[in-house]
Design a protein around this ligand. Structure first.
Ligand code: ZN
Length: 217
């Protein structure tokens, strides 16, 4: 069991991207592992933490990730049933591309990065696979969940980049999956800006018309 003696907001925040960093429960060191995959390598200050063997093995495996050169050959093109709505936010896209370098994708070799802007702060995420394939998670959800775990409740913009997609790949091969679109709808307004590297910028309600919603209790 992993536990934290102190709520750790102490991980270093040297880069532009910031992350959710409270570890008060057993999932804490897994969140640390996710965080270690995104952005540029930087030292961590974690305070008193107890990490069990399972989490140590995960952290050890993930520590071997090394950045590689980005694929910048993607050609902008609006498809997926929606036209791009505006010029892309290059800064957020750049952070999504950088986050993809931390992806853990030993099975697909398909690295994806995402960056979410919420309350003026950018949170990054990358895809994280598992030998049990169904446990893999997309970069978009990792970034959104990092924002939510840090206290945000609304996201203002999102960018996603698939850095291993072929230069001639169709734009639809770069688009967020349906599950991630639903999670975006949970925390983003219908006009949420969703930038897709190599495909364009879209409104969320273009990507997920008539999203499923429930009234909150
Ligand atoms: Zn997804």
């Amino acid at each position: 069991m992993a536990s934290a003696r102190a709520s750790s907001r102490g991980a270093a925040e040297g880069g532009r991207a910031r992350f959710g960093l409270n570890f008060p429960h057993r999932a804490g060191s897994r969140k640390l592992a996710f965080r270690s995959l995104v952005g540029e390598p930087r030292p961590l200050r974690l305070g008193l933490m107890v990490i069990d063997g399972l989490h140590r093995r995960l952290l050890t495996e993930l520590s071997s990730v090394t950045p590689v050169q980005l694929n910048t050959n993607a050609k902008p093109d609006g498809q997926d049933g929606a036209e791009p709505v505006a010029a892309p936010d290059e800064d957020l896209l750049a952070q999504a591309r950088r986050a993809a370098c931390g992806a853990y994708a030993p099975y697909s070799k398909f690295r994806v990065g995402a960056a979410v802007r919420a309350g003026g702060i950018v949170y990054a995420g990358c895809n994280i696979e598992n030998a049990s394939y169904g446990l893999a998670i997309c970069a978009e959800r990792v970034a959104i969940f990092a924002a939510i775990a840090a206290g945000a409740r609304r996201i203002d913009a999102l960018a996603v980049a698939c850095i291993d997609v072929g230069p001639d790949a169709a734009p639809d091969e770069r688009m967020p999956c349906g599950a991630c679109r639903q999670v975006m709808a949970e925390f983003g307004a219908p006009d949420l800006s969703v930038q897709v590297d190599g495909a364009g910028e879209f409104r969320l309600d273009q990507l997920l018309p008539r999203a499923f919603t429930l009234p909150k209790a």
